[in-house]
Design a protein around this ligand. Sequence first.
Ligand code: ADP
Ligand code: MG
Length: 722
Amino acid sequence: MSRALRQLAEIKVDVISGVTPAKLKSLNELGIDSVLDLLTFYPRRYVDRSNTVRLVEAQLGTEILVIGQVIKVSSIRRTKSAKTVVDAVVTDGSSKLYCTFFNQPWRQKQLEDETWIAIFGKLTSFKGKLTMVNPIVDLIGNQTGKIVALYPSSEKSNISNLMMSNFVAEVLNRSKEFLDPLNKDDLTKFGLISRTEAFNNIHFPETAKMSQAARKRLAFDELLRLQLPLMHKKRQILSSNKGYKCEISNLDRVLQFGADIPDLQGLVGEFVRALPFKLTKSQSEVIKEILSDMSKPYPMHRLVQGDVGSGKTVIAVCCMVAAIQNGYQSALMAPTEVLAEQHYLNIIDMTEGLTVEDGTKLFSKSDIKIGLLTGKLTKKSRDVLAEQIESGDIDMVIGTHALISDNLKFKNLAAVVIDEQHRFGVQQRSQLLSKSNFPDTLTMTATPIPRSAAMTVFGDLDQSVLTDMPKGRQIIETHWVKGKNDQSVWAKVLEQIEQNNRVYVVCPLIEESEKISVASVNKVVEELTDGPLKGIEVGVLHGQIPPLKRQGIFEDFVNGTFKVLISTTVIEVGVDVKDATVMVILDADRFGIAQLHQLRGRVGRSDKKSYCYLLTKSKELNEIAKTRLEALVKTNDGFELSEVDFALRGFGTLLGTRQKGRSDLKLAKLPADEKLLDLVKKYLDKLFKLDPDLNSTDIGAFLKNEVAAFYTDEDTDYLLKS
Ligand code: ADP
Ligand code: MG
């Protein structure tokens, strides 16, 4: 009988022989609950016995793979360095090998007498004995087969590699065949093997080539399951006639004859004409894309990626103003109160006094009424505001996630902008959209992701990228300052204060609690004002300060009442102070790449030369932290940094920014598998042509079911419906 993966998801793993309650617990700890989980618990690596070398024949100085049995293990602790050294003697029948492990005390327990192991390392000789130092060791047990699959579990859990292998073998034997959405023609066309073959060969390959072909096929399936709901959703959006249609008079002419945004009649043109600067080329392009999306009968779903400081706010305002011009409401959601407050003040400033005289359709108001809604409002003022929003007295609402509270109703919300979308959970975003029927939505992010990843994760969204920066911006000079060598940093700070510029000092990231983080800010303030910044007035900002007071502090900083602001990461995103030219980040190794880049983006927001100092105290930074800091020093380009981040953190975490549920991508690697992604798209295009709603063909329904087996209801709900 052929099995669908969906069925295997419903069978608990304790049906497998040998899965005792204790083993079940260990399997659960590895995230294996169902038989499907077991089947997709893929080997981490393989040991290929055909590559093993007999010790007597091995060449000194080369890297070799040896399979053998432990005959003796001992350990000593070097008192001076307090380091443990474990020595193990192994034999492969032809000779003995002396392995030495430094600083791996657990090896003593792992390498019991008679354990079968595969050892990989560089063969050397010491006092006439064959030796290896810190080789890679895999416990392979008494396993047969030319190629032994190694599972990621075997070292930490009480499920040995052999046991895991036997469990999987039973699943494969009992399932026999797996139903395959791809028919013979598809397989040939795409150069893929069948699903049944693939599952067998990923766990029990006879050659390395077979395991590679298996990986390719199963990675295709993973990408297929991810793309299917996204492409489905996109097609649904395009074919729906729901949503608000925002008309922009003479937009067609502007689009066709190469005129520009300021030439537009109505509020948008008016708004852009009043700006103190000229739009950059990509700002204009993106605004045109947005306006033409908004004039379509179906809702816009667009993602704007633009580096820190590339000028996304004016784009957001154009979008909102376009809705208002048509007599509708618009909303902007920002991830922090500081940012929402700042947007509010800025946008009031930018839109003040805008009037339209040409009598553009529905729009007859002389002023745009803007409201600020955050969690810190008193109940009374919130109620008043909520009423104005419901009655339509307020045209534009700016806020934090307080915007998505259940009892807030809009009169006619037609455009929703989500700023710094990566900072919001999936649910928060879709909740805001549910405030209205199919509003046009614009999501904006300064944490760009590589193209292939964007295609995968945001396959349902249209994308715009801001490729240029406002004129006159200079590279932010970035230095990594280690240990106590920070005199030059404070000298620069003093110099810049002298020139009437502003300085941020960001305190170490503390995750435990808000209280501790306030204490640490206060400590930094004390140290600095007693030390290098003696006699300098500083401001202090953290999340515990009430919003009104916070606004005051911020204004004082902008006005220059004090010129140094010491704060937590509350200033991380979006904050825009033109005169800020120095960013000092303490304990910079504690921050991620995206966060550091965002923080750095708080300076260099005008044509003034700016500086960023990444300070680290620890003597022994881990390699990943070093790579991050070096990348920041090397480049100012957010897209380049995102590639580095992507390489360091892998795809899983990225997917997490889009989806709450588990990630099904275990084998597919991007951008390496970009070609495979193209095949998936080809396959799905064909499928959707035959079966647009995925319920008129067997394959369509089958695949829809399969997606449900891999993603939680919440995921698919979101992917398919929102
Ligand atoms: P981000 O993309 O990081 O949200 P902002 O929208 O905050 O960037 O813009 C950064 C700064 O650049 C703001 O002070 C804004 O007024 C200014 N700005 C935006 N567009 C332009 C432009 N075309 N020319 C000059 N300055 C601009
Ligand atoms: Mg911004």
